[in-house]
Design a protein around this ligand. Structure first.
Ligand code: BDP
Length: 769
């Protein structure tokens, strides 16, 4: 099995008792008001060319019906009876799907008040008795809600949980759950089964906009089978939007020819509840491709009717083909992208200018805050808050505070640097109470092992979303709900609109993500976007059961591997809070490097010298700490109270500083590198032990990745430690190393390893004197 169906690879239920139960509960599916002929039955890896007789589903209910027929048929290993009416007798074992409008049975079985409480995209799944028939009702206020409920019901069966006496009500905590697809950039899932390629402009993209490769010059929208797999996968975890192109935007996505293709894609994704957006360049109006409707540079004043008129016309043109088009994502005055500052205006002016142009069309602007400049207090990390914070504080003529328009999100990365394996949360979370704020997470593993390392990122996102901001109200009183997740979902500061964004990892590899385990990150993003209070470990369990096996031993082994994997990565890559020690391709280590820009250079971040290691962001240094609320300002600013896992983020730590373990900082540092590598060794051995349980192809592909992973983790350790040693002048501790150690995630010890001396990989000490 190639992994091409992701976690929607339905296989017959292995537990005989549960199989009997499922066959009793779900032998008939009733979906009313759908066109039964409009069902596209996917065959793996077939492309659906124009002229094909297969038909795409056209509504969310048709998608639900399609999914149940396909899913139950395979899971229950018997065909399901499909019915289009709930009239007459409802058979025992019926599953009824719909909205109160589409189905009188739904209206009858689920009281309006119960449904009202789950909102537009929520669902109710309920077991009811009708006469002598046991019936399961999957209901939403909208068809999309019913589709989400359908996937939730299928998930129960895929994960082999009971489906009798169900009474589930669910609704998303965050309104917009969006992917940003950077197309060719930072794509590690392109072109082939192993997921290499996709870099350097090769077209390894999930969506093929007929720009390059086999489809070059083809002007027709072609919907490939993998788009539908991706759409089903996204819908199954509640993703409801996607910005389809790179934030370093190419204006081609605004051309008439591309808009036609985007419209075809939007049509294909619409039944799955996924809306499109496009990344734009601030200066797009000057692009000659839009002639004769172009502006000159002097017309890029965000307040001018010319500028606003242009964006309004462009948005109207798109909306004519894509009625539910979401809006634009903008990277401005960041890494060389043009922006309002080039024309004498600030981010607020620029964002509001485009926002005003598209507001009448109901569209939204996602304005990114990823701006940096090493010259600000000699600390790149302080810049974003300085460029955006004051705009949020500005009194407005109408008596309100904050200048950013309501149809704008400021889209901010989880941390102040750039998607490192561990960062403190971005200080802007909590500080922008008058602005809609979207959090941006990176699903694609740019800095977290790319397509080579098994890194489950959900524990990192859980750590971020559950971080306490200690945000206060105007009077300085601590807010009651003030975790980063509360800021994002609006329960802390009551912003009118809410959003969470994940930089996606989908490409055209057979398994869509390159590394089989990278699928878990997309799955987890969706689940956490829906409900950020979920535990990453529970999400890992679901994914493992859906993707690999329901065998208890397999599940516990894989979940353990996953749960410690990110902490291990931090440990062998950037332990104790050191940031950005990467080579230019952001995969391997190069702590000695100085590149063209200070703030792209590992040496800028590590500040290694004979006194110690780490970047002083305390009051004696750049004082980034002061951008946080007082409790954290104090905690981070003091080397005795800063959490050890962020120590070098805020302090230049003396080599002999005593750590909680009692070891010196130097010894602890070496120990961390070694522990991380040993965890990978343990993962490789654990995976090997699962061979009898896993299909041959995926087993060997993961095994090969883990072999590379282990070697590359060792390279991180050796390169880093040997370089630090030049500064510390201290010996590498040779006390045998951590033959057994535990890795703690969110304060709970998890994973861990107990290696036999025989399999203990060569510690750094071997190469040292
Ligand atoms: C960095 C990536 C770069 C992106 C940039 C961004 O290396 O490719 O364009 O972030 O988020 O992490 O704009």
């Amino acid at each position: 099995y190639s992994g091409s169906q992701m976690w929607l690879h339905y296989v017959p239920v292995s537990n005989p008792g549960l199989l009997r139960q499922y066959r009793r509960v779900a032998s008939t599916v009733i979906v009313e008001n759908v066109d039964e002929n409009k069902v596209y039955r996917h065959t793996a890896d077939l492309s659906m060319e124009p002229g094909s007789t297969e038909k795409l589903v056209e509504s969310s209910l048709e998608a639900a019906r399609d999914e149940l027929e396909r899913g139950l048929g395979t899971l229950l290993d018997q065909p399901v009876t499909m019915r289009a009416t709930s009239g007459g007798d409802i058979p025992d074992g019926s599953v009824i799907v719909g909205t109160p409008d589409s189905s009188s049975a739904v209206a009858q079985f689920v009281p309006a008040g119960d449904l009202a409480s789950v909102g537009d995209e929520g669902y109710v799944v309920r077991s009811v008795l009708k006469g002598r028939s046991h019936v399961t009702v999957i209901a939403g206020n909208t068809e999309l809600g019913a589709l989400y409920g359908t996937f939730a019901f299928l998930r129960l069966i895929q994960t082999q949980r009971p489906v009798q006496n169900l009474n589930i009500s669910e609704s998303p905590k965050i309104k917009r759950r969006v992917l940003n697809n950077w197309d060719t950039e930072r794509l590690y899932a392109g072109n082939n089964a192993t997921g290499t390629g996709g870099l350097n402009g090769e077209n390894g993209q999930i969506f093929d906009f007929a720009a390059t490769g086999a489809s070059a010059g083809r002007n027709l929208p072609v919907i490939l089978d993998r788009y539908i797999v991706a759409a089903r996968a996204m819908a199954s975890v509640g993703v409801n939007g996607i910005t389809i192109n790179n934030v370093n935007a190419d204006n081609v996505y605004l051309t008439t020819r591309n808009i036609a293709q985007e419209a075809a894609l939007a049509d294909a994704l619409r039944p799955y509840g996924i809306k499109l957006a496009v990344s734009i360049r601030y200066t797009a109006p000057t692009d000659s491709r839009f002639a004769p409707d172009t502006l000159t540079n002097s017309q890029l004043d965000p307040y001018s009717p010319a500028f606003r008129g242009w964006w309004n016309r462009k948005a109207q043109q798109i909306q004519a083909s894509i009625p539910d088009f979401m809006g634009f994502t903008v990277k401005a005055n960041s890494e060389g992208q043009p922006g309002p500052q080039d024309f004498g205006y600030d981010h607020g002016d620029g964002a509001n200018g485009i926002a005003a142009a598209v507001a009448p069309l109901g569209m939204t602007i996602f304005w990114r805050t990823f701006v940096y400049n090493a010259e600000v207090d000699n600390d790149r990390l302080k810049r974003a808050y300085l460029e955006f914070g004051y705009i949020d504080d500005e009194p407005q003529p109408d008596g309100t505070t904050g200048r950013i328009a309501d149809n704008v999100f400021l889209q901010t990365k989880n941390g102040p640097l750039d998607f490192q394996a561990r960062e403190p949360f971005h200080p802007m979370f909590g500080r922008m109470e008058n602005t809609n704020q979207a959090i941006e997470l990176q699903i694609t593993q740019e800095y977290t092992g790319q397509n080579k390392m098994l890194t489950y990122l959900a524990p990192m996102w859980e750590e971020v979303l559950k971080s306490d901001t200690y945000a206060t109200d105007k009077d300085g009183k601590l807010l009651k709900n003030r975790l980063v997740g509360n800021i994002v979902d609006g329960t802390a500061q009551h912003q009118p609109d809410t959003a969470i964004v994940g930089v996606a990892n989908l490409g055209n590899a057979e398994n869509l993500t390159g590394h089989h385990f990278s699928q878990a990150n997309l799955f987890a993003f969706g689940r956490q976007a829906w409900d950020w209070t979920l535990k990453s470990e529970e999400i890992a369990k679901d994914w493992t059961r859906m993707t690999w096996s329901n065998d208890g031993h397999v599940v516990s082994t894989i979940v353990k591997m996953m749960m410690g994997s990110r902490e291990a990565l931090v440990s062998y890559q950037t332990p104790l809070g050191i940031g950005h020690q990467f080579t230019g391709n952001h995969y391997g280590p190069n702590p000695a490097e100085w590149t063209t820009r200070d703030d792209w250079s590992p040496v800028y971040y590590n500040k290694a010298d004979s006194a110690g290691l780490g970047f002083d962001r305390s009051p004696t240094g750049s004082n980034l700490a002061a951008q946080y609320f007082p409790t954290l300002e104090e905690q981070y600013g003091n080397i005795d109270t800063v959490p050890e896992n962020l120590m070098m983020w805020f302090h230049h730590v003396p080599w002999d500083h005593t750590m909680k373990s009692g070891r010196t900082f130097w010894d602890e540092l070496v120990y961390r590198y070694q522990m991380g590598v040993q965890y990978v060794t343990w993962m490789r051995e654990a995976w090997d032990s699962l061979q009898p349980y896993i299909d041959a192809r995926r087993f060997s592909e993961v095994r090969a990745k883990l072999a590379t992973h282990e070697v590359d983790a060792g390279t991180w350790r050796d390169t880093s430690v040997n370089y630090w040693k030049e500064f510390s002048g201290r010996d590498i501790p040779v006390d045998g190393g951590p033959l057994s150690a535990k890795i703690a995630v969110n304060g709970k010890e998890i994973g861990g390893f107990n290696l036999s001396a025989a399999s203990y990989t060569i510690p750094v000490s071997a190469g040292a004197s």
